[in-house]
Design a protein around this ligand. Structure first.
Ligand code: KG4
Ligand code: ZN
Length: 326
């Protein structure tokens, strides 16, 4: 029975939450910076860290004021992410843990996304297969046991969320690209363009999304197009690639449970196709825990805390932190 304060600040969301036993969210606050970065068409790192600095004390106070239970440990994202942004959340967490004499638990951002699956109504049981799809990652990960992971496939170039963001920019749709492409796709024809499904060969669990983005660019340059049709055809191809690869991974591993996590797990087409086409039990985090948030960091921090994986105050942010078995 432990209560963990989770702090996420790796990119453009300040997420603060308190989670009990890794499953029950007692408080959850998220300050999104979308409006600030929108005008630039993407995240500006220096602005992101300044925004975190501005809001973090107030947000932590708000979350702590709303709960009655004492905190057992403080978890924060150590990496990967933007250096300045990570620095704000991690330093804040360490300072708070030091002054309250509480354990400090550094968390890998992707491990946080994996543990967001435990915040839904039903939770997976280790071992399980996972697909992590975000703005920075596209990975198929075999989750052998808590904190023991094996990356089976990853992207050679752009991440799938990144390709949504870049294609949205080509189509003059607002940042972030994922939700705006999903919205535009609703009135478009997904078969209007036959965009490529790269690296579909059997046995290969690698991804590549840069060719898809280039194909969209060429389609735009070829003449008058309906934005909704391009968006729908792009979305169909981007999600199709994920399904092709995850079906191969299920076959290869014999997995019976699949967790899909990360910002792109909020995509309705992916959610619908994953729940109807796959021959495994699929665990999708609730929408609000797909994009970056503090609750997923608290959930992962809870497991680390329970396994005695406590950090020390010498822990520093690491923008390229690898996801390794520990
Ligand atoms: O996990 P996340 O919040 O941040 C990272 O760790 O990167 O993921 C953000 C990404 C963005 O690229 C965004 O465009 C994408 O998730 N995203 C979506 C949707 N909602 C967010 N992509 C497709 N469909 C969506 N509905
Ligand atoms: Zn993320």
């Amino acid at each position: 029975m432990s209560v963990i304060l989770g702090i996420e600040s790796s990119c453009d969301e300040t997420g603060i939450a308190v989670v009990k036993n890794g499953r029950e969210v007692l408080a959850n606050e998220l300050a999104s910076q979308i409006d600030v970065h929108k005008v630039f068409g993407g995240v500006v790192p220096e602005i992101a860290s300044r925004q975190h600095t501005k809001i973090i004390s107030q947000l932590v106070a708000q979350v702590l004021d709303s709960i009655d239970e004492p905190i057992d440990a403080i978890a924060a994202t150590q990496g990967p992410g933007l250096m300045g942004s990570l620095m704000v959340g991690l330093s804040f967490a360490k300072a708070l843990a030091y002054s309250w004499k509480l354990p400090f638990v550094p968390v890998h951002h992707i491990e946080g996304h994996l543990f967001s699956a435990f915040l839904g109504e039903k939770a997976p049981e280790f071992p399980f297969l996972s697909l992590v799809v975000s703005g920075g990652h596209t990975q198929i990960i075999q989750c052998h046991a808590p904190h023991n992971y094996e990356i089976l496939g990853t992207t050679r170039d752009d991440a799938v969320g990144e390709s949504f963001d870049k294609v949205a920019r080509l189509l003059d749709l607002p940042y972030p690209g994922g939700p705006s492409i999903q919205k535009a796709s609703a009135t478009g024809n997904p078969t209007a363009f036959d965009f490529p499904r790269a690296m579909r060969q059997k046995g290969n669990l690698e991804f590549s999304y840069s060719g898809l983005k280039t194909a969209v660019l060429y389609a735009m340059q070829a003449g008058e197009v309906k934005v909704e049709d391009v968006a729908a055809s792009f979305q169909a191809a981007a999600i199709d690639i994920l399904l092709i690869k995850i079906k191969q991974a299920i076959q290869q591993t014999g997995a019976t449970q699949l967790v899909i996590a990360g910002g792109v797990a909020a995509n309705q087409l992916l959610r619908d196709r994953a729940t109807t086409e796959l021959d495994v039990e699929v665990f999708l985090p609730p929408f609000k825990y797909c994009i970056d948030n503090g609750a997923m960091i608290a959930a992962a921090g809870h497991s680390r805390f329970e396994h005695g994986l406590i950090g020390d105050f010498g822990t520093t942010p690491n923008p390229g932190l690898p996801l390794q078995a520990s």
